[in-house]
Design a protein around this ligand. Structure first.
Ligand SMILES: Cc1ncc(COP(=O)(O)OP(=O)(O)O)c(N)n1
Ligand SMILES: Cc1nc(C(=O)O)sc1CCOP(=O)(O)O
Ligand SMILES: [Mg+2]
Length: 208
């Protein structure tokens, strides 16, 4: 297995009547280290329903299930952890709430934010956006050099995110990314999400 692995994030909107099956097929297609549930505009009860439906799909396949934005809800609902941005509440409080659970923190293109995240006990730091993305209005641009710098100095894993595809990911793998986080490369793959997972796995293996 390559050192770098795929970190899958859900599409921004999902239909719970069919998405659990789509997700199962994608996860069964290849290697996925973790799944982040990211439903930015959904009300809390919808997020809870999505957690209930999707958490078992991921965890039964040994894929860690992380919740975006809300460490408290993650801790209450049996998620394996949470991913928080710089505006998603108090990171130290989240660290305490999650106990042994995983905490990932967005650090944009900032060495300073990444060192702060590491000091407070983040399980990974995330840098991005590395490429243009249509999934969100990314305000920061990161260069692969920050992955080289981080991985040469620190043991805490780093995640690369933002516009990553099978075609453009090689420099990020070579720069030391431990995980590549993607939305569009899998869910918008022209041959479907299972092929998207396989294409990312193959590209990571070829770059490593
Ligand atoms: C793995 C990973 N990295 C970065 C982000 C972005 O988090 P954030 O800056 O809080 O932005 P939103 O995702 O909340 O729009 C992420 N979700 N996952
Ligand atoms: C959720 C998210 N955060 C980013 C950041 O730069 O922090 S970029 C991004 C979108 C990732 O989706 P795609 O793989 O489709 O580009
Ligand atoms: Mg956030």
């Amino acid at each position: 297995m390559p050192d770098c692995r795929l970190y899958l994030i859900t599409p921004p909107r999902i239909d719970l009547a069919r998405f659990p099956e789509d997700l199962a097929r994608a996860l069964d297609a290849g290697d996925v280290a973790c799944l982040q549930l990211r439903l930015k505009d959904a009300p809390p009860d919808e997020v809870r329903r999505a957690i209930d439906a999707l958490r078992p799909v991921a965890q039964s396949r040994d894929v860690a299930f992380l919740l975006n934005d809300d460490a408290e809800l993650a801790a209450q609902t049996g998620c394996d952890g949470a991913h928080l941005g710089q505006e998603d509440g108090d990171h130290a409080r989240a660290r305490a709430l999650l106990r042994e659970g995983m905490l990932g923190i967005t650090c944009h293109d900032s060495r300073h934010l990444a060192m702060e995240a590491g000091e407070l006990g983040a399980d990974y730091v995330a840098f991005g956006a590395f490429f243009p993305t249509s999934t969100k209005d990314a305000k920061h641009h990161a260069d692969p050099e920050i992955l080289e710098w981080w991985s040469s100095l620190f043991e805490i894993p780093c995640v690369a995110i933002g516009g990553i595809t099978a075609e453009n990911c090689a420099p990020l793998v070579r720069a030391g990314a431990d995980f590549l986080a993607v939305v569009g490369a899998v869910w918008n793959h022209p041959e479907g999400p299972a092929q998207g997972v396989l294409a990312m796995n193959a590209a990571i293996a070829a770059a490593a």
